[in-house]
Design a binder for this molecule. Structure first.
Ligand SMILES: *Cc1c(COP(=O)(O)O)cnc(C)c1O
Length: 393
């Protein structure tokens, strides 16, 4: 139960810069209040430029919608298989089900918690022998840390499996000097309110092939044909982003580097402050820079509290934290889905906790979080590190 009188500290909140409002006001002034308009075109161009300029982009209503369009463009349909990281958010997986396909969950490697290249190689070799190759493989960049994508791309290419990057959490991260969302034929981004930059809700398809973007753009607009009357040859969706929200995105994109730097500072403060209570920060893999969308720390198996208990102790002090994603292969919804391994992801779930990581998190608030964790893990010694908070007895 929450007994704190202090204001709530959230896991990850929107952080406006002041540069968004002029773009939004312009949309109102010009009456571009729909799913076409100059902010949309500019936001797509500006995201592509941020990613190095060699990709094509389509702004849509959510990251989940973006992934749905991508899987359809790859040709995923009824009865197909799609491989995906087991340690991820459901938004990485539901679009597979929208298309009537079956997810195959692949375990993590232990350096970054991302999909294991070694298991991908073993799985694809075995699937090829059995004639059950997946159409696509979705590699998630967990909490902003890029997966070891070169090794995965090579394995996928060898078997004709299309690689998709779920870069919803990793905008601003790099892989061997390349921006995230440019290391596969298709990628998706999310601009949900809790992500590094936001349009309040939104997503983007990123693709190397302009023709692919044109196809998906039509589907996202209810598959309207270029005809005066409403002519439809294909199934469509109402997935386009609003021109108003694209204006928010344009302002947010201008401060992306600051937002990433702020989240990295938050992570390094936690790493330094919580080492003494035996917690370790999710590692930064040698192959890339970590955007630190969320600060993820691990407790030892001998820790006084489990992550779920620690989340509860923090909630009692009006602090929002969350366990690491519950692996998809352990979800009741996916009880029958095929999987490859799973014990590494389960171990990360058993020991990992996501701490408040907003780029707007004030120093004093981060100290409140740190003190609360110290008190929860070391009830006898923790009180010296800060004032004891009022709690009901
Ligand atoms: C947020 C997220 C999504 C979904 O994005 P939405 O814009 O919320 O639909 C997909 N995958 C991952 C890994 C995410 O974190």
């Amino acid at each position: 139960m929450n007994t704190s009188t202090q204001p709530r500290i959230y896991l990850s909140v929107p952080h406006m810069s002041g540069r968004e409002a002029p773009f939004v006001q312009q949309a109102f002034a010009d009456n571009w209040l729909s799913s076409v308009g100059p902010n949309l075109d500019a936001f797509e161009t500006e995201v592509a430029a941020t990613l190095g300029g060699e990709v094509h982009t389509l702004a849509v209503a959510s990251g989940t919608a973006a992934l749905h369009l991508v899987l359809r463009d790859i040709g995923v349909g009824m009865g197909d298989r799609v491989a995906v990281s087991t340690l991820t958010f459901a938004g990485s997986v539901f679009p597979i089900l929208y298309l009537g396909a079956t997810p195959v969950f692949i375990d993590s490697e232990s350096i970054s918690g991302n999909i294991s290249p070694e298991l991908v190689r073993e799985y694809l070799a075995d699937a090829a022998r059995r004639g059950q190759l997946p159409k696509a493989l979705i590699a998630v960049h967990l909490y902003g840390q890029h997966c070891d994508v070169d090794a995965i791309a090579e394995a996928c290419e060898g078997y004709g499996v299309v690689l998709v990057e779920d870069a919803a959490e990793s905008l601003g991260a790099t892989y061997r000097g390349r921006p995230t969302a440019t290391t596969a034929p298709y990628s998706i981004l999310s601009f949900n309110g809790n992500k590094i930059v936001t349009t309040t809700g939104g997503g983007m398809v990123v693709a190397r092939d302009a023709a692919a973007i044109a196809r998906m753009k039509k589907w996202a607009n209810q598959s309207r044909e270029a005809a005066v009357e409403y002519l439809h040859r294909e199934l469509g969706y109402n997935y386009r982003m609003s021109n108003v929200l694209a204006g928010i995105g344009r302002g947010q994109l201008q401060v992306l580097a600051d937002r990433v730097a702020a989240r990295q500072r938050v992570a390094s403060r936690y790493a330094d402050a919580l080492r003494e209570v035996g917690m370790t920060m999710q590692g930064e893999a040698p192959w890339g820079t970590h955007s630190r969308w969320l600060s993820v720390m691990f407790l030892t198996e001998e820790s006084a509290l489990t992550p779920i208990e620690l989340v509860g102790a923090l909630d009692a002090e009006n602090i929002e934290a969350r366990p690491v994603w519950r692996p998809m292969h352990t979800q009741p919804l996916f009880a029958d889905a095929p999987r490859v391994g799973g014990s590494v992801a389960e171990q990360l779930f058993r020991t990992g906790i996501c701490l408040p990581s907003s780029s707007s998190l004030e120093d004093a608030d981060q100290h409140r979080v740190i003190d609360a964790i110290r008190r929860a893990l070391q009830p006898s010694t923790g009180e010296s590190s800060g004032e004891r908070l009022a709690t009901a007895s």
